[in-house]
Write a protein that binds this ligand. Sequence first.
Ligand code: ZN
Length: 970
Amino acid sequence: MVTAGTGVILLASSGLCDVTLVRDGNPESVIVLEKKPTRSAQMGAFELQHHIKLITGAELPIVRGEAPADAKTVIRIGGENQSIKEEASVIRFKGNTILLTGGDTADYEEVDYRKQATFPPVNYHWKGSLFAVYDFLEDYCGVHFYGMDPLDTTYKKRSTLTVKEKDRYFVSKMDAFRDMFDDDYPAAHLIKNSRREHDLWKLRWRSSVTYGKVNHNTYSIYFAHWGKAKDPNLARAFKEKRHELFARGYEGKASSCGSFLESNYPGDANLPPQLCYTNPGTIDYYAAETLTYFRGGNVIGGWENMRGRIPTDKTLLPRFPGKPYFYPYEGNDTGAFCQCADCRKLAGETFSNTKFRFVSEIARKTAAADPAHPGVATLAYGSTLAYPDGFTFPEHVSVELCLVVYGWWHPAVYKKNLENYEKWVRGMKGKGPLTLWLYIYGPQHDAKYHFGGYKTFPQFYPWKMGEYMKRFAEDGLRGAFFECKMPRNFLETYVAAKLAYDSSLDPEKIIDGYFTDYYGDAGPVMKQFYREIEQTVWSGSICPKEWLKNPDTVTGPKGPIRPWWTTSLWSREVNWTLGSPERMRHFGGLIEKAQALVKTPEEKERLKRFIDIAWKPAVEGRREYDLYLKQKEIPPRVLGFSRIPDAAGGDPEKIDWSKAVKTEKWTDCNGNDNGSTAAVFAAADSKYLYLKFEEQRKPWLDQGLWTENVEFFFTADGKHPLYHFACGPKKEGVPTGYLYQLINDDLRQNPYDFQCRTVSIPADTSWTLLMAFPLNRLPLQNNTMMLDFFRMRHDGKKWDVSCWQPTYSVSGGKGMDSYGRMYLYPITVQEDQLKLLWRGSGTDIVKDPAASNGFAAVQDGNRSWYLSYPIPKEFPKDRFKVIIRYRLEAEKADYVTCGAHDWKAKKSVFSKKIPASEVNGKEYRDIEIGSASFTPDMSIYIGSVYTDGKWLKNSKDKHYLDFIRFEPAQ
Ligand SMILES: [Zn+2]
């Protein structure tokens, strides 16, 4: 309390005073640090000085030691904190002094405000005095730090700054750690923030790690007991080979072990992706590593010394007074666990039991070794997020739950995750601390890693984030790490960080404050924008029907998925159900309203950035999606032809091109006529695909390959791997090839040799390019593949592109939305391309040694037309003879029916009665059933078993279809 005679006037009504720091632009206060201030206090002084100058224009002096005698008000930062034994932040008013102090690490290195390397670190460093300054700036001076950029900091400019007297002593209940990692920094940021701004962002959001934080950390054991590492620093750690400590079952498999380990054991195909969790030696190894760290040393390849460059007597994981101690253990980022009998026996349905028993055993050993009971912290991540049923944790294990919260709008995902989360909370009650690793993502992540990189409609959910964080705090969770996508989802992350620091806050108020501070009068409109998106997404109304059928099964766009890792829900279809044309119009209207309401230059710039980051991609994404829907209705281009005899021997100059098939007219990428004269002619023999590109336009011979060329893309089924061929018009030019593969959400591009023979014939008014591709270098399956041809030219200003199959968007290596198709006749349709109605009861695919590929489609005798082949959109228009390879197993039959039907014309194309005597039995027979030209409105079907002129519905009778073959009819 303020006492009389201190020079500060008491207010009779409240007993609290206003203290003026700056009056009419002139400093009335001075910042005073101790003679030997902590790093945290120094940083606090700079931050306070900087922000008071932003508000008032006045620069408060910073002095050390004694306050100047004439100072009206003294702001002391740091000191008077000997009794504080936690990372508390303290604000105390006493006489003419405001004390901003707290629990600080005894680190007195000099801070240079311009250099982030001198700032107090986030990890294992208490910053109570600095956090007291931030609390003071936010709660007393009205400054808010909404993001990384200077424009994200809001405050009211005024020449006089007065604060209300109010003492405060605060400690965050999430005392283990609060931290964040911006996955999108700096790549997705339109505003390029410096590393200094990035580091300031983390401090201003009160990042601090004291104990229990985990990441992948099983490297040292390889360097000690797998073999000598390539890196000489790590090779020093080698003791002896003890391969029994590592996961079994991966010998010779060249398993994915992450680039760090792989680069240290180049070419080692036996390198194990994980450890053996039941070998006592592995447990002993990590008990020893834990105790080494606990006693103040470290291990080469261990926590914070991954590359072995730090002396092993340096403390890297310090102990904090009054806090528990956990060494982080987490295996490689692969689900490939040990396959030894003991590990497998324990595992059960998931690997959780084996893994948590392993870390528990380590913790039991380490806790018993010292009265301070050091323990182990680990992740519940991916497949091990499932609570280990039938297992009791010891006290000295801390678990960090990795939760994909941005996918919790899917009702089944939410149900399964919440049930599992509640098991964890119950199971760990009275045991070691539970902490969090939250994925604060949006559809932009799913699009990038799972759906070809389409432009997305945004997902906002700040209120849900508030609700979840409140719940986590009520359940006593002790730490939170946010893996976030800042530019789009910074408000969600801000709400999470605020509540991690102070769980007593009201999320509604935090969010309301943000919209008002950030957008002024446009705040309510922008709030409505966010609110409607969150409500729509979480209402379940955008879920496809099949996702809602069973609340205990999680179904995503590609079928059933595990509920623990749900980063693939936002397919293009689902995203644009959210961004429907009606909603796009509505939200577009809100944006226009907001544009009319923002007033200050800062508000206008913030709205402009929101539009650039979130709204413009949505508008472009919707336009591209509409084009995609339009093109899905247009039949893709098709090239179909029969092979020629093997006479050319791979020489494209020996082909009679007058007999080759030719592509339809080329267009621009959106299907519009652009006057292109380009065409490709195609022919094939048993070993080569021959192509001739021809164009009636003078080629540019002074250009590089990538500005004047043809580019072809080949794929088996429209997915990766994708084969990319490029060739320019120069006579001596060599074609180039790439192969794009998608491995574990990671796109890899490697050079690829098509072994293509090319002959370029540039002329004054034309360019001809002859090519011969060995068929075994192309992704041909069942004599068909998808492909597209491009003619690319860049004149230094813009692209001039023509193509065969319009793409409606070009994303090259990431895969395109549409391709043309090529068929080498005859066309063979296997059982997996058939439509099987009531598969599992009326029809099925079964193993059949008599079938050409070992499998056949089967239809029960009491079904008819359940087994069919709907003619696909990209089917050649030629006339075909249809042959089925078929057999029947019937007790009593005269004949069976089959044929082709035109659903649009509602009439039969042809039908056939096959005498049962020809096909009944175990052997397949080739039966010609008719000839026609086909359209996508038609189906080939298997009909009924007839006996005595009637369909005898006997479910024991079986139709077996090996394949359908289409041969060109003369
Ligand atoms: Zn094992």
